[in-house]
Ligand binder design. Structure first.
Ligand SMILES: [Ca+2]
Ligand SMILES: [Ca+2]
Length: 166
């Protein structure tokens, strides 16, 4: 800054300190996200990641984001099949999820996820998004399984099919 007075020249250094305000709500990169999980995946191993952004200063808590899993639809075979990493948004199976996942019982889940700034504190801004998770069978399964009824009453052997010739 240059200051002139009565023919004198003086210079001042003005330090401008910009303090960021938390004036941006974090949001998911896509409101609707998709992923797929394969039968047989172990618990805690991420199969997808949700992403979000916040236009506040990254070096402040105003853009320090946390992820939360709010709801799972449907809640079968277990109510909490999935887990989201609070910090990096990676989605994985819980222990219940890994042990009960069954594409024949439920082949698609909808997850309601939330992103919060302020490191997830109570005064945080937040927004929500949905994740559709498709469940796929494992690739090493026989493509055409032969199904036999369990506990067939005897006596054995029981004819399953008969070939006749004329
Ligand atoms: Ca700001
Ligand atoms: Ca913010």
């Amino acid at each position: 800054m240059l200051y002139r007075a009565a023919g004198q020249r003086q210079s001042f250094t003005v330090e401008v300190c910009v303090i960021d305000k938390n004036d941006n709500v974090p949001s998911f990169t896509a409101v609707s996200m998709r992923g797929s999980v394969q039968l047989g995946l172990l618990k805690g191993i991420p199969f997808m990641r949700v992403e979000a952004s916040d236009r506040d200063d990254r070096n402040t808590a105003h853009a320090d984001l946390r992820f939360l899993l709010m709801d799972q639809t449907p809640r079968i075979p277990a109510a909490h099949m999935f887990s989201i990493d609070t910090v990096n948004g990676e989605v994985s199976l819980t222990e219940d999820g890994a042990s009960t996942l069954d594409p024949e019982m439920c082949g698609r889940y909808k997850l309601l996820v939330m992103v919060k700034d302020m490191a997830g504190k109570a005064n945080a801004f937040f927004s929500t998004g949905t994740v559709t998770v498709e469940v796929t069978g494992n690739t090493w399964a026989s493509p055409d399984p032969v199904r036999l009824q369990e506990n067939l009453p005897g006596p054995y052997p029981i004819p399953i099919s008969q070939v006749t010739s004329s």
